[in-house]
Design a protein around this ligand. Structure first.
Ligand code: ATP
Length: 344
């Protein structure tokens, strides 16, 4: 594994894009105090995921962004990229060259990338774990860190040696496992408490459960009965509806028959009325004829009376003339014929 280059822009005292290439062998950066040499190692720490503002020699994370000078405006973001030759495969990733990038904006938004693909800070920390290049790795020995290595305090030396021996990864996993175990233990205690609480509730709950069971049983029975009642009512209504349909049909038929009868009677009535009018007319005619005939009979009777009178008178005259002439006899005969004609 070989650190190939470092690209810095907007980080601390590097407002311009700055490229530092590390050839094989040793690279030394020389400069007067305060010229920004330590800012280079800060940039390496920062891109490796350093979160401690104290380690980065600031009071807040925003302090890593170039904050301007008298002659230059402040930057809005800081960006550092580090490129590593991974042809020996020490970094657990399928690339011969690995570039990691960290970007921070004044808004507080930050980005991490591995080979230009966005990732989490955790991914970068895991990538360098136990390689010696992690943010806490022994590869970066800043001012004061030499003291840790030479320290008589075993704790300080241990941190450096643990990283060097590659057990940090397992230690971290162990710590994580311990944390999980602790939290599982706490959960277990809580579950036991809950179990105890539930045990206390079992008595009343089983009573309630029994009641609920009975309720469901009764409810199911009631539902069955209710459905049976509804079905029965439906059947009954159906029968009633069928029956009334038959009744309706026969009533309709009867009404039709009655209507036909009424029509027939009306027609007969009309005929009878017409016939009655005819008969009345005929009766009137007959009455008139009878009256005419009666009148004629009266007239004939009166003529007959008159002729009889005249006949009687003539007979009297004949008797009195005794031996009346032929004219008189013919007159008598003519009168007799007239009478006969009127009677006939
Ligand atoms: P020393 O030899 O004293 O350790 P050095 O060369 O390592 O010094 P650094 O401490 O890396 O120098 O750099 C300090 C310089 O960086 C200071 O001049 C400081 O003003 C500048 N600096 C730090 N942070 C910023 C920032 N956010 N914006 C602009 N300049 C900054």
């Amino acid at each position: 594994m070989h650190l190939k280059k470092l690209e810095i822009q907007g980080f601390k005292s590097f407002p311009e894009y700055t490229l530092i290439e590390f050839d094989k062998g040793m690279t030394a950066i020389v400069g007067p105090n305060g010229s920004g040499k330590s800012n280079v190692t800060d940039a390496i720490r920062w891109v490796l995921g350093e979160q401690s503002v104290k380690t980065l020699r600031g009071s807040k994370m925003e302090d890593v962004i170039f904050n301007g000078t008298q002659s230059r405006r402040a930057m809005n973001f800081a960006e550092v990229s580090m490129t590593i030759d991974n042809s020996d495969g020490i970094l657990p990733i399928e690339f011969y060259e690995v570039q990691i990038t960290r970007r921070l904006y004044r808004s507080g938004e930050s980005e991490y990338q591995i080979n230009h693909v966005n990732c989490r800070m955790k991914d970068i920390l895991q990538l360098f774990m136990d390689t010696g290049l992690g943010k806490d790795g022994y590869s970066i020995i800043g001012q004061g860190r030499v003291d840790d290595i030479l320290s008589t305090k075993s704790e300080d030396r241990r941190k450096v040696l643990e990283e060097a021996s590659g057990i940090v990864k397992f230690k971290t996993r162990k710590e994580e496992a311990e944390r999980k175990l602790n939290s599982a233990e706490q959960n277990l205690v809580r579950i036991n408490d809950i179990l105890e609480e539930l045990n206390n509730q079992i008595g009343p709950l089983s009573e309630q459960a029994e009641k609920a069971k009975k309720y469901h049983q009764y409810y199911d029975e009631w539902k069955k009965d209710d459905i049976a009642v509804i079905l029965h009512m439906i059947d009954r209504n159906k029968v009633f509806l069928d029956g009334s349909a038959e009744e309706r049909a026969s009533l309709k038929k009867a009404i039709e028959e009655q209507e036909n009868l009424v029509l027939k009677i009306r027609s007969e009535n009309r005929e009878l009325t017409e016939r009655s009018a005819q008969l009345e007319e005929e009766i009137e005619n007959t009455r008139q004829e009878r009256s005419d005939i009666t009148e004629q009979i009266h007239e004939i009777n009166s003529q007959m009376l008159l002729l009889k009178e005249r006949h009687d008178q003539l007979l009297l005259r004949i008797k009195s003339a005794e031996g009346s002439d032929d004219e008189q006899a013919q007159e008598i005969e003519r009168l007799d014929n007239d009478i006969a004609g009127i009677n006939g």
